[in-house]
Every structure is written in C-alpha cells, then in structure tokens.
Design a binder for this molecule. Structure first.
Ligand SMILES: Cc1cc2nc3c(=O)[nH]c(=O)nc-3n(C[C@H](O)[C@H](O)[C@H](O)COP(=O)(O)O)c2cc1C
Ligand SMILES: CCCCC(=O)C(=O)O
Length: 371
C-alpha cells in the first residue's frame, strides 16, 4: 500500500491481490462457499439493504472505538474469526495474525485446526475455537491446553457436524500441503489432510471433507455443549446460531455468549445472511448473554450496522487471510487499520462518539422500520 503502486483503498483490494498471488488449492479453499454460494454472496449483499439514519450536530471531534467483550477490554469491536490452516496464506500463519491482533489490542480466535500450536501463540486477548472430536479425550485436552496457555474463552462451533459441500475443493481434491500440519494434533498421527488414502470418498474428493468425516463427531447435540461447559473453567460461546429458537436453547444451556454465524457461507447454502437474523437472535437473548456476528463484514459501515442491530462486536474471517497473504503481520495490521478508520468515520458521520452511542434507531432495515 505504501509502495509505488496504487494504494489499497478497501478490504476488497486485499482480496484482489490474493487472487493474483495465492495458489489455486489455497485460494479456492479460502474463498469458496458451499454449493452455489448463495449464502456467501448474501452475507455481503444483505448489509447493502440496511441503511444508516445519521444524527447531526453532535460534536464528533473525538470518536472512541474501545469496548469490552466478556469483560475484557479491547480497542475496537472488530475482532478476528477462527480460520483454519493460515500457513497456506503466509509462512508465519497464525503467529503473524496473533501478533497483529495484539498490536491492535483486539481479540483473535484461534482455529483448533491451526497450522500453529495452541501453546505457540503469544499473549493478547485470545479465544480457542473448538470442534467436538470423536476422540473426546483429545477434545478435553484441547480445552485444558487453551486454559493453560492463557486463552480466555472457548468458541464451540456448532454448525459443522459434517463439512459443507464446497465444489472447488472437490474439483481440486483439496489437500494441506505436505510441509504443513494440523499442529494441535501433531502427536496423534492425525495431522495430515488429504493424504492419498483419505481422498478416496466417492462422493467428495475434498481431502478436508474426508478429514472432517474421520475426526468430527456428527452426533453433536446440546449434551456436548453441557459437556464442554462442565470441562471448561473459562467462558464458553456457541458459534453458528441462526435462529431465535436455538438462541434460547443456548442461553438455557448456560453458554456465556453466542456468535451469529453461517460459517462464512461455507456450510449449509441458502441459509440467510447473518445480518438478517441478528436482530431475531438478540431479541430472543434479551441481553442475557453477549451476541456477536461474523460473515461478510467488509466495511466500517457494516460494523456500524451490526452494532446497531445488537452485536457486541464482529469478527472478520477471509479479510485476515488476504491481508496475511499480502504482507504477514504488517498486512493484517494494515487491513485492521483500514476497517477501523472506516468505522471511526462512519460513527462520526452518523453522530456517534462511542460504540455505546450506536442504537437501533441508527439503522433502517427493510420491512422492519422500528423507531
Ligand atoms: C478458510 C476458512 C477457514 C475457516 N475455518 C474455520 C474453523 O476452523 N473453525 C470455525 O469455527 N470457523 C471457521 N471458518 C469460519 C469463520 O470463523 C467465520 O465464520 C467466517 O469466515 C466469517 O465470514 P467472512 O469470511 O465472510 O468474514 C473458516 C472460514 C474460512 C473462510
Ligand atoms: C471443519 C472444517 C475446518 C475448517 C473450516 O471450518 C472451514 O473450512 O470452513
């Protein structure tokens, strides 16, 4: 961005760069959504249908982005979602992402399918994303390793009893390059993805789909949430809630937070955009736990809209991978700076000087004019 070329002016520029720079196996894995990618596109489009109702004449000479999540202070409500296998984007992978998150004083969620070990991530506000594995003891160990390494919450992903059908990965016979491993499983013999024998599933040649089918427990149900709660000494969130009904069940199960997510459109295609279900979930939760959102957040105005509709903070998935590929730790910092400054300007122009100032009355949603 600071070099000779045209400066990057939006998060989309990081993606355009990655499209020219990344190999097909990684690019398609990172970019794609499930099936026809209806939900993937909708996640971004739905933000365009929400309009901001700005207030004027409010002295916006100082705008503060700082907030807290689950009681921890962060510098901005823009956090980093868990994305697997980040070393395909940059040799430093998750280490670079974590350093960038720390420099920006924001929260990073580490995927349990990271190419860096839980223990190797430095300090900072960090949560561990968890799947429930068929091997229950291995799952318990991940929770304990996270606690011992200073992670302050577990985000249990509940939308992936099976992997969504991602056509590009099937065509490419996706595999994790052999020099990389699922680092948290290095001592279990289960760290390779897409070994020749694992890609033979007749209906899905993606090495990841085969890996998921071999590792993840598809009986995943509410008793697993209770089990994770009983093992963890740190807060537990569920990631992947899209309805009021499940939000109520989650609160009743004692979770400490809910992440409204459709997994970036990668699991069940044609589920709604997350911004379109956020308010339904927040109403059902009624302030009992904090509600977060991910999916399609690409601009400061998107963050503003999510906060207005009830999110405590938002998480970015793919933009982190594009920024990582562009320039490692510095690239992620640059991307976060860009969207944070967009948010600051959006808040100022809408008459909000702190995140607490952003209210439901600052947005107009199609079919739901609520004033
Ligand atoms: C390449 C990639 C890998 C992902 N890996 C994980 C994962 O390991 N665990 C998980 O819970 N979610 C995973 N997700 C979903 C993200 O946490 C998040 O829900 C989604 O990316 C948000 O949408 P966005 O990419 O539009 O920002 C992944 C998403 C992508 C794009
Ligand atoms: C269960 C799949 C692991 C990575 C992931 O969540 C994704 O590719 O979306």
């Amino acid at each position: 961005m600071t070099g000779q070329g045209t400066p990057f002016v939006s998060l989309d520029d990081f993606e355009q760069h990655a499209m020219r720079n990344l190999d097909r196996n990684a690019l398609d894995y990172y970019r794609s959504g499930a099936q026809d990618m209806i939900t993937l596109k909708e996640n971004q489009r739905a933000f365009d249908r929400v309009f901001i109702r700005p207030r004027v004449l409010r002295d916006v000479s100082t705008v503060a982005l700082s907030t807290s999540i689950l009681g921890e202070q962060i510098a901005s409500p823009i956090c980093i979602a868990p994305t697997a296998m980040q070393r395909m984007a940059h040799p430093d992978g998750e280490l670079a992402t974590a350093r960038a998150a720390k420099r920006k004083s924001t929260c990073m969620v580490l995927s349990s399918w990271s190419t860096t070990r839980i223990e190797d991530i430095g300090d900072g506000v960090k949560w561990l994303q968890l799947y429930v594995y068929k091997d229950r003891e291995a799952t318990r160990r991940l929770i304990e390793r996270a606690q011992d390494s200073g992670y302050t919450a577990i985000a249990l992903t509940v939308d992936t009893p099976y992997l969504g059908r991602r056509l590009a990965d099937i065509r490419n016979r996706f595999r994790l390059p052999p020099h990389l491993t699922m680092a948290n499983f290095a001592d279990t013999g289960k760290a390779q993805v897409g070994k020749a024998e694992a890609t033979s599933a007749a209906d899905n040649a993606s090495g990841l789909a085969a890996y998921v089918a071999s590792q993840i427990d598809p009986t995943l149900n509410w008793s697993h949430v209770e089990w994770v709660k009983s093992v963890a000494r740190i807060p537990v969130l569920v990631k992947g809630i899209l309805t009021a009904e499940d939000a109520v069940l989650a609160v009743n199960a004692g979770v400490d937070g809910i992440i409204v997510s459709n997994h970036g459109g990668r699991q069940l295609d044609t589920v709604p955009a997350t911004i379109d279900v956020l308010e339904e979930v927040c109403r059902a939760v009624d302030g009992r736990v904090e509600v977060f959102l991910d999916g399609g957040v690409r601009r400061g105005t998107d963050v503003f809209k999510a906060l207005a509709l009830g999110a405590r903070a938002v998480f970015l998935g793919r933009p982190v991978l594009w920024a990582l590929n562009y320039n490692g730790e510095d690239g992620v910092v640059e991307m976060l700076n860009m969207i944070n400054e967009e948010l600051r300007l959006a808040m100022a122009l809408a008459g909000c000087v702190s995140v607490a100032d952003i209210t439901r009355n600052h947005v107009k949603v199609p079919g739901q004019p609520r004033l």
